[in-house]
Every structure is written in C-alpha cells, then in structure tokens.
Design a protein around this ligand. Structure first.
Ligand SMILES: NC(=O)c1ccc[n+]([C@@H]2O[C@H](COP(=O)([O-])OP(=O)(O)OC[C@H]3O[C@@H](n4cnc5c(N)ncnc54)[C@H](O)[C@@H]3O)[C@@H](O)[C@H]2O)c1
Length: 211
C-alpha cells in the first residue's frame, strides 16, 4: 500500500468524501465537480481540490472527477483503517446527536451508515454520514460489513428494526428505545436509558448526599 503523506485535516475529511462518493455511485452518478461535492459535504471547493491534489487525483476542467475512480482510490487508502463500522437506525433528535458526536476520536468504532424512512433526509449526508433508505438496510449492512447497530427509532417500530438487523447479520445492538428487544441469543443487546441514569443519580444524591 502506498503511504500518502497528507495533512491530518485532509485525512479526516477522507471518509466523508468516500461515503458521499459511494452514495453517488449507488445512484448511478458517473462524475462530480468540486462545486457539487462542496454543496454536499460542506467543505469549500478549493479545500476539496487541494485535498484531492494531495492524492494526485486531478479533476478535468469542464468534466470534474470520475466518481468510480475516486471511490476505488479512496477505498484502498481507507482499507488501512481497521475501525469497526457501526450503523445507526433512526436519524431523529437523538440519532442526529449521535451522528454528530460519532465515536471515531475516542474509540475504534465509527458510524459508517445511517438509515431512516423520512424522505426529507434519506439520501442526504448528516454530519458526514450518508443516510440510506431503510429499504437498503440489509444490502448496506452486508456490503459495509457492519457488525453493530445503534437503534434510535420510535419504540413502536423498534422490534421490527431489530428483527431486520438480526436477519441482516449484526452481532450487537445498542438500544436507546424504551422497548426491550426480542432477538436471537447470538445477538448482544445493550440498553441505554438516560432516565434511569438520572434517577439513579438523584437517588444517591437524595439518600447519601449529606456529607
Ligand atoms: N435511552 C434514552 O435515554 C433516550 C433518550 C431520548 C430518546 N430515547 C428514545 O430514542 C428514540 C428516538 O427518539 P427521538 O427523540 O430521536 O425521536 P425522533 O422522533 O426525533 O426520531 C425518530 C427517527 O426515526 C425515524 N424512523 C421512524 N420509523 C423508522 C423506521 N422504521 N426505520 C428507520 N427510521 C425510522 C423517524 O423518521 C425519525 O427520524 C425513541 O424511541 C425515544 O424513546 C431514548
């Protein structure tokens, strides 16, 4: 693998370019200009052109960049990265906050794909992460070798989502919904309940708070 001596800020933008290019490729787009990329990923076009030039990827005037060639190229570079890919299902208030936080800097995991049913956000990039239609769940989980999913959907659809995740092959679910999920024994579920945490804290403060 060729070592690329690139600035850290450029390296951090690479997964974002990669994921957006993958969305374009999946939708059959052949080429893209730095201005179009700029609109989607919210980095200015000059930054994008400079970033790409570090990799020797030069767009042609009036043509732009070849999406598939860029994807292949960036994919190879990113393969050196052994981060666990995580999915997030339900890009609402909580889901957006988790996408924005991501986990990359503090752990060996990062959210690689998000899913929702809301047509207003499907096929957009949120905090650098592509949001796919729920219809694409199984395909993306398989293609992106996703092992773990975070579930932030309304409780009434959580069981159905968990079942689909299980069938798609995830091995762990971080469940933020109040529903207790029924999944095969081979799948580990970790429930997160901030209300519980707060109640516990209040209990300790009220009962053992006096020094
Ligand atoms: N564990 C906690 O401490 C905690 C805290 C806050 C919220 N929650 C829970 O997290 C969940 C999300 O809360 P929120 O405030 O973000 O809700 P929200 O309504 O803002 O977001 C829900 C999102 O899920 C999407 N969605 C609906 N059905 C879907 C489906 N079948 N597949 C994929 N996406 C679907 C919606 O389009 C929406 O974007 C709820 O279950 C809520 O009870 C838990």
């Amino acid at each position: 693998m060729v070592e690329h001596d690139i600035p850290r800020a450029t390296a951090k933008r690479l997964p974002i370019y990669y994921r957006y290019l993958k969305l374009l490729l999946d939708s059959g787009t052949v080429r893209v200009s730095s201005n179009e990329l700029s609109d989607a990923v919210k980095f200015d076009a000059a930054t994008i052109r400079r970033d790409f030039s570090y990799f020797g990827a030069l767009g042609k005037r009036g043509y732009g960049y070849d999406v598939e060639a860029l994807m292949t190229f960036f994919g190879e570079i990113l393969n050196q990265d052994t981060l666990a890919s995580v999915a997030l299902v339900g890009v609402g208030n909580l889901g957006q906050a988790l996408l924005n936080f991501n986990f990359h800097q503090s752990s060996n995991a990062r959210i690689a794909a998000a899913f929702d049913v809301n047509p207003d956000i499907v096929n957009t990039i949120q905090s650098g992460i592509p949001v796919y239609s729920l219809d694409d769940l199984e395909k993306q989980i398989t293609d992106q070798r996703i092992d773990v999913a975070i579930v932030t959907v309304p409780a009434d659809v959580a069981q159905d989502v968990a079942k689909r995740l299980a069938t798609a092959g995830v091995r762990g679910i971080l469940n933020f919904t109040p529903l207790r999920l029924d999944v095969p024994k081979s799948i580990r579920v970790q429930n997160v309940d901030l209300t519980n945490e707060l109640q516990t804290l209040l209990y300790f403060i009220n009962n053992f708070g006096e020094k």
